[in-house]
Design a protein around this ligand. Structure first.
Ligand code: IYR
Length: 220
């Protein structure tokens, strides 16, 4: 086996007093993020989406395999097709697939089967996870795929927010229709759909609270 190559990691030399300020500032910034369901159709340059995807794709992944594909849609016809298929699934979800308890848990978010954002957002990104990889004609393993793709999705959401845009983690399950519409190979499965854009000028978000530190962390 080839000897692994290493280089010195030129990490942060930021003094500890500044570290505290930076952690607070990033917390403040991330706590202002909201999932938005109403989008402006204002155009966003492709380069912005390229950078957001490359940020997401810098995420750690099992054996650094980066087992993901970001499918990026701006074509109006294709967005409409996705919307129609998503709303069909969501109609069934809201009308008989989701349990009463589930519907009750969603009540305060005011969600429904109508997904107008799939037409209005200038970009719709569908994130696929890879169940294996192809290197030429050879099948290659991938590892911890859900963990890896989940982390990349988190980076994506943070990058969208940091750029000053909004997104939403949308899961119009079952999502198999996305494989078909986007003509993806058989090693890819839809993971999340993320519209990206400016919020509509009259966009509203539900009043929600996040759990406090004591509810989410245990220090030993
Ligand atoms: N996929 C549906 C339902 C939905 C489910 C959960 I859990 C949410 O947090 C929000 C919505 C939809 O997108 O409407």
């Amino acid at each position: 086996m080839a000897k692994p190559e290493f280089i010195t990691y030129l990490g942060s030399q930021i003094p500890i007093e500044e570290i505290g300020l930076r952690a607070k500032e990033f917390r403040r910034q991330m706590e202002s993020r909201r999932s938005v369901r109403n989008y402006s159709s204002e155009a966003i340059p492709k380069e912005v989406i390229d950078d957001i995807i490359m940020t997401a794709s810098s995420a750690p992944s099992g054996a650094n395999k980066q087992p993901w594909t970001f499918c990026v849609i701006s074509n109006a016809e294709l967005k409409s097709k996705i919307r129609a298929a998503a709303e069909k699934e969501e109609h069934d979800n809201y009308h008989h697939r989701m349990s009463d308890a589930w519907l009750k848990d969603l009540e305060h978010l005011g969600t429904d089967e109508y997904k107008e954002f799939l037409d209005t957002a200038p970009w719709v990104v569908v994130l696929f996870r890879k169940t294996f990889e192809m290197e030429g004609n050879e099948k290659r393993n991938v590892y911890y795929v859900n963990e890896s793709v989940g982390i990349a999705a988190g980076f994506f959401i943070a990058a969208v927010h940091q750029a000053g845009l909004v997104t939403l983690t949308h899961t119009p399950s079952p999502m198999g229709f996305l494989t078909k519409i986007l003509d993806r190979p058989k090693n890819e499965r839809p993971f999340l759909l993320l519209p990206v854009g400016y919020p509509a000028s009259d966009a509203e978000v539900p009043v929600i609270e996040k759990k406090g530190l004591d509810e989410v962390a245990v220090y030993y």
